[in-house]
Design a protein around this ligand. Structure first.
Ligand SMILES: [Fe+2]
Length: 220
């Protein structure tokens, strides 16, 4: 069978819907990360082929969380050390799932490195600087921004200005400074992009369940 672009799109759709069924919070988070990562990639002038890869990788970046035990994934308090290790396995689990398909091998590498830090203090491999794929460096910034701008059981969300400040503060240590610079350039349009989700103006998202969560959750 020849694997067409359409078949690939459908395959990714199946994968993200598996994630939605298992963990709708991560599914929604991934949608926001995908939208903003693509925007950054466009402002950086990256080629279309790379932008497509970023889009797919961002939707799949946390797919490995389907391998994290419920008691850790859904814990409302802070994680203990053992639980942190289980959670930190998710980039490797995601990589192991995706890389089995040859056409997704490059995507799997982006997923593997989305928690690496520019200064080399991230995980799973502690690679640093431009050794980290640019796609992973972009996803890393947006991933952190979305986490900061969303309520967690143990802390309230920061407002957008607070999130931008925090990201700026860690440019050069946690984050790639070039990516942060481009992210700051689009800061004014970010609220309206994320608002599309609230207004359900997106057309490619098929929810497989958890509608009650979809309507009650504070997304931003
Ligand atoms: Fe992650």
């Amino acid at each position: 069978m020849v694997f067409t672009a359409i078949a690939m799109h459908e395959l990714i759709d199946v994968a993200v819907n598996i994630l939605d069924a298992r963990d709708p919070h991560t599914f929604i988070h991934s949608w926001r990360v995908a939208e903003l990562s693509v925007l950054i990639a466009e402002t950086m002038g990256l080629p279309n082929e790379w932008i497509n890869k970023i889009h797919i990788a961002a939707h799949l970046h946390d797919i490995g969380k389907i391998g994290v035990p419920d008691k850790v994934l859904n814990k409302t308090g802070r994680l203990n050390n053992d639980e942190i290790l289980l959670m930190q396995a998710h980039p490797r689990i995601g990589y192991n799932i995706i890389e089995r398909l040859p056409i997704l091998r490059e995507i799997s590498r982006i997923v593997l490195y989305h928690h690496e830090r520019f200064d080399g203090l991230g995980y799973p491999d502690g690679i640093y600087g431009e050794n980290i794929p640019i796609e992973s460096r972009i996803i890393s910034v947006v991933d952190a921004f979305d986490a900061l701008s969303t309520d967690r059981p143990y802390r309230k969300a920061k407002n957008y200005n607070g999130c931008f400040e925090e990201i700026n503060l860690h440019a050069g240590s946690q984050f790639c400074p070039a990516v942060v610079r481009h992210f700051m350039n689009i800061r004014d349009i970010i609220p309206q992009v994320l608002d599309k989700f609230e207004k359900k103006e997106i057309n490619h998202v098929a929810f497989v369940g958890h509608e009650e969560l979809m309507h009650s959750r504070r997304l931003i």
